[in-house]
Design a protein around this ligand. Structure first.
Ligand code: NAD
Length: 496
């Protein structure tokens, strides 16, 4: 039975501190986290400076060689299972944290964000327990031979830099495998979403994860906690999810010391809808892919190519679907959409709404700010929006907006749509809607992305590789692929 949340209870501000070497550290410098739906202060957060980041990295380095390193894999696995179980036990606390930080409907957070957080610990615990070892016998000139085997060692202290759009899911997606592989971590959550990391620190303490294995520093990016962490010489590897521009800065930071970096970056994902598709499924899938989480999903669709014979019908059905999405509070079961993360992000999204009109778009629906009740007027609400009438060279078709909006464009044949979908700097994901099996395979093979969905979207088996091509990222995480980043393979050669 899910605990019913009292909204009065949620709106009380709380203080969030850094978590370093198992202790909660204040800094004397506080910043405020405001709820996206009404602007009230949700939390005061202690901002980490250079000294706190340094203390966190040192604690992580010490823990790397302390009790954590003495655990055998099965013991580490047990601890990660305990973390997952404790997350499940505190499920509603995480729901509340994500709701007040992100403002998205509770049913979305309960269905996606929090269960995946727990799953990220269980899955990587299972993977590390079952990972095979390479073994090669070789001949030697003296006839006695030699044996080779490889072992996976932790890479060291991993800096985990997170975005705000699915805070708990994306943080645990990195912390889970990093810890499963025996690393220690310093997490820098987004300044917009500090609460889930703070709660995870409590979980780590409750289940007895040794001090210093999991650390959290709060604060901002450039010339602040984020940059202090990524430039810290004692950090062994950096895993980052966020904007492409930030990824480039982090890659430069990683070059000093030649440190590995994993980058999950932005997207400008295309959906491709063929006339032979299951139209109900394509409409439902496109509505989700463009508007879930108020369009703040890296895998979300912002370009929709629709084959000309069904273009008009598709646009009018999309319009109906969008207009049925009523914005509302996370706790309101009737809420179809939350607000954007902040006023600053809303300004950015609205600047694209303006740009679309300047470029000559037809606004099919939306394009502005919805009328909200007085109590929610200070929220970062924005109307879900559909445009037609622009081509592939428009700014709206080329740049990531990261809001609830999609540009719908007609196409006439398969070769043309493949060329147009690929003509973009990004390459994260695509959704292809067709009932023609051969065409599905052909298009999936030809589209330049890391993830191609056919007749679905956001269907994720966590064992599969995840990542983007072109400016959408470097490297793959997910399943055993995560081990390539979070471990160093060492070969041992024994002369017999
Ligand atoms: P962002 O790049 O602004 O910030 C991400 C994190 O980096 C934050 O914690 C921020 O404080 C930190 N940061 C910023 N500048 C830094 C610097 N110079 N050095 C170190 N840290 C720094 O991204 P965001 O706005 O939080 O997230 C939205 C973006 O994330 C979108 O572009 C979205 O597509 C992308 N994203 C990608 C994926 C993926 O898997 N490919 C998943 C989710 C989000």
């Amino acid at each position: 039975m899910l605990r019913k949340l009292d909204f009065e209870e949620i709106v009380k501000a709380r203080n969030i501190r850094n978590f370093i070497n198992g202790e909660y550290i204040e800094t004397g410098r506080w910043f405020e986290k405001r709820a996206p739906y009404d602007g009230h202060v949700v939390a005061r957060v202690a901002e980490a400076g250079k000294a706190e980041v340094d203390a966190a990295v040192r604690a992580a380095r010490e823990a790397l060689h302390g009790p954590w390193s003495k655990l055998v894999v099965t013991e580490r696995v047990e601890m990660l299972y305990a973390v997952a179980n404790e997350i499940d036990r505190r499920f509603e606390d995480f729901v509340e944290a994500e709701m007040t930080d992100m403002g998205q409907p509770a049913h979305f957070i309960r269905h996606v964000d929090v269960p995946r957080g727990a799953a990220n610990f269980k899955l990587f615990a299972d993977i590390i327990k079952n990972v095979p070892t390479e073994f090669f016998e070789m001949a030697t000139p003296d006839g006695r031979g030699a044996l080779n085997y490889s072992v996976r060692k932790p890479v060291g202290v991993v800096a985990v830099i997170c975005p705000w759009n699915l805070p708990f899911l994306l943080m645990t997606w990195k912390v889970g495998p990093a810890m499963a592989c025996g690393n220690t971590v310093v997490v820098k959550p987004s300044e917009e979403t500090p609460q889930a990391a703070a709660l995870l620190a409590e979980v780590m303490t409750t289940v007895g994860i040794p001090k210093g294995v999991f650390n959290v520093v709060h604060g901002f990016g450039p010339d602040a906690a984020g940059e202090f962490l990524t430039t810290h010489p004692q950090v062994s590897a950096i895993t980052f999810t966020g904007e492409t521009r930030t990824g480039a800065a982090i890659m430069k930071a990683a070059a000093d010391g030649v440190r590995p970096v994993s980058l999950e970056l932005g997207g400008k994902n295309a959906a491709i809808v063929f006339a032979d598709c299951d139209r109900d499924a394509a409409i439902e899938g496109t509505l989700r892919s463009a508007f879930a989480n108020c369009g703040q999903v890296c895998l979300g669709t912002e370009r929709v190519y629709v084959e000309r014979p069904i273009f008009d019908e598709f646009v009018s059905r999309l319009k109906r679907g969008v207009e049925a999405m009523k914005p509302g509070l996370p706790t309101d079961p009737a809420s179809g959409m939350g607000p954007l993360i902040s006023q600053e992000h809303r300004d950015k999204v609205l600047s694209y709404y303006k740009k679309a009109v300047e470029e000559g778009a037809t606004v099919v629906t939306g394009g502005g700010i919805p009328e909200m009740p007085e109590a929610l007027k200070a929220g970062a609400w924005v109307q879900p929006t559909i445009w037609t009438g622009l081509g592939d060279d428009s700014v709206i078709a080329r740049e990531e907006i990261f809001g609830p909006c999609a540009l719908v464009m007609p196409f006439d044949n398969e070769a043309e749509v493949i060329r147009r979908a690929n003509d973009n700097d990004y390459g994260l994901a695509t959704a292809i809607w067709t009932t023609n099996l051969s065409r599905a395979h052909r298009v999936a093979a030809a589209i330049e992305v890391g993830i191609a969905w056919v007749n679905s979207w956001f269907l994720r088996d966590l064992r599969t590789p995840f990542g983007g091509v072109k400016q959408s990222g470097i490297g793959r995480e997910g399943g055993v692929h995560s081990l390539e980043f979070y471990t160093e393979l060492k070969n041992v050669c024994i002369k017999l």
